[in-house]
Design a binder for this molecule. Structure first.
Ligand SMILES: Cc1cc2nc3c(=O)[nH]c(=O)nc-3n(C[C@H](O)[C@H](O)[C@H](O)COP(=O)(O)OP(=O)(O)OC[C@H]3O[C@@H](n4cnc5c(N)ncnc54)[C@H](O)[C@@H]3O)c2cc1C
Length: 493
């Protein structure tokens, strides 16, 4: 393997905490001024790209990670608060069976703490507030009518059973793949969640998990996602996706989730280049020329570790095979925003509430208590998802804030109207994410194009949470994909 070398002096500064490189002094039009060579060029400095870099370097390869933004972490970002604290604008929770993100965090010394989950959840439905305990017979299931509960339980069991028939490494090969991929989740729910209150629960679960409406998703894709919510020894379940205790929302990272990619990038030093959006990947003999703003990397292999619809915005020469290109045309990002209101105290706790709401109306229909472990201040985090996010496309930040605080006051009382600060992260407006939390599959895509998801195109390999077999869509899936792609690439060097 070639040792990493730099063909032109890199006009760079060591960047802040990440120890990453920021190219400076490269005026527009002089982008070809800097060139580097490496065994592998990695596109994207999210958890997937950084994990791939770590493992490739450990395997003796030289790498350059090209990250478009001025920070690492992609869909994981810490937001600084005026009071000196930190909250999270993107991925934040981890839970049981998410072993790879946990192992990575452990290796970097990033500790976890349990998501605040003491007291009652709140159901807001038909204009009525119903607090409910989650340690009873129903677990975390909101207390709807008995017929609805029975129907919802049957639907959940049915979905888990169907998911068991979906191979996580190739959902398109399931015996009923064609049948399940030609209908939306909505079509299936209408036939099975026949009691309106049960349909409501499944709808809320769907938008909370995917930030997409049931009408937008392939049933096969939903089953794959459920199947992927586990690990090699624990089959995935819907409950593990939706639950706080025992589920994907169980724990958080001390200091905020972006600590993980920031510390990981620091171990990679100047192999990580910020402010370097990749525009084209061209094959030249046995090499690839990866052209980013301000830097060109000549590499033997390329790892593209960005969501498929973002990968589709890069120019490839020669063109990608049609199946891969069309896959990229067909996997949209969900529509999601996160709104975090900061208060002097987590005042809802005194009312016996844990800050978690399930609601049938308003802009925010799902909330969490995002206060720090020592509760030195209060933080209410709400998701704005799917139709609710799209409805606010043209709204100003002030308008979104007003809509969110109105909901928080409905759920938690008038004190919620006056936060000390308010943060809003609108992922649909982020040029290098275009939505979130995941690029999902509408009907017909997995069966027609799924096989192209991970298949390398000569020396171009694909990573990113969307390519993961377990915990696709999650930070854990991103880490797993980085580990998998490094194993795939190393023997080819
Ligand atoms: C609001 C929200 C909430 C979420 N909640 C959770 C949660 O609680 N738990 C959980 O586990 N997961 C959660 N997720 C999902 C999780 O954040 C992602 O699955 C994970 O971070 C994806 O990592 P990745 O490396 O695959 O992709 P990304 O994080 O998207 O990384 C891709 C990187 O590539 C860069 N990039 C894009 N295009 C280019 C280009 N042309 N050139 C160079 N760089 C480029 C991007 O800037 C980005 O840094 C959430 C996501 C969102 C948005």
């Amino acid at each position: 393997m070639a040792r990493e070398r730099q063909t032109l002096s890199r006009r760079s500064l060591l960047g802040g905490a990440a120890g990453a490189v920021t190219l400076t002094g490269l005026a527009a039009g002089t982008a070809s001024a800097a060139t580097r060579s490496a065994d592998v060029a990695i596109v994207g400095g999210g958890l997937a790209g950084l994990t791939a870099a770590r493992d490739l370097v450990a395997g003796g390869a030289s790498v350059v990670v090209l990250e478009a933004r001025d920070r690492v972490g992609g869909r994981v970002v810490n937001l600084k608060l005026a009071n000196g604290g930190v909250t999270e604008g993107g991925g934040e929770f981890i839970g049981p069976t998410q072993n790879r993100i946990k192992a990575l965090a452990d290796s970097l010394g990033v500790a976890t703490f349990t998501t605040y989950n003491t007291g009652n959840n709140l159901l807001y439905k038909d204009g009525k507030k119903t607090p409910y305990a989650t340690d009873g017979l129903l677990g975390s299931v909101p207390p709807i009518d008995v017929a609805g509960l029975a129907n919802a339980a049957a639907v959940q069991a049915e979905l888990d059973g169907m998911a068991k028939q979906v191979p996580v490494d190739a959902p398109w090969t399931a015996a009923k793949a064609e049948e399940w991929d030609r209908q939306t989740f909505e079509t299936w729910l209408r036939a099975n969640a026949v009691i309106p209150s049960a349909k409501f629960l499944l709808d809320v679960a769907c938008t909370s998990i995917f930030s997409a409406e049931p009408r937008e998703l392939s049933l096969l894709y939903v089953l794959f996602y459920i199947a992927a919510a586990g690990d090699e020894s624990h089959p995935g379940t819907l409950e593990r996706l939706t639950d706080t205790a025992g589920g994907a929302q169980e724990s958080r990272f001390v200091g905020g989730s972006q600590q993980v990619p920031i510390k990981l990038a620091a171990t990679l030093g100047d192999r990580v280049v910020l402010n370097a959006p990749v525009r084209s990947i061209a094959k030249s003999g046995s090499q690839y020329v990866v052209t980013a703003d301000g830097l060109t990397v000549n590499a033997r292999r390329v790892v593209v570790a960005v969501p498929p619809p973002l990968a589709a915005r890069i120019t490839y020469d020669p063109l990608l095979p049609a199946a891969r290109d069309q896959l990229g045309q067909r996997l949209p990002m969900g529509s999601i925003g996160k709104a975090i209101a900061i208060y002097d105290t987590p005042f809802w706790r005194a009312d016996g509430l844990n800050g978690q709401v399930v609601s049938d109306s308003g802009t925010v229909r799902s909330t969490f208590d995002n206060s720090p472990p020592d509760a030195s201040y209060g933080a209410l985090m709400g998701f704005i998802e799917a139709d609710q996010m799209r409805a606010l496309d043209g709204a100003s930040a002030d308008q979104v804030r007003a809509a969110v605080l109105k909901d928080y006051a409905t759920y938690f009382g008038d004190k919620a109207k006056s936060p000390t600060s308010f943060l809003l992260q609108r992922w649909d407006n982020e040029g290098f994410s275009r939505g979130g939390p995941v690029a999902y599959a509408p009907p017909g895509v997995l069966t027609q194009y799924g096989a192209a998801l991970r298949a390398p195109v000569e020396g171009i390999h694909w990573a990113g949470t969307e390519t993961s077999t377990y915990w696709t869509g999650y930070m854990d899936g991103a880490v797993r994909s980085g580990e998998r792609v490094a194993k795939e690439v190393l023997p080819t060097l």
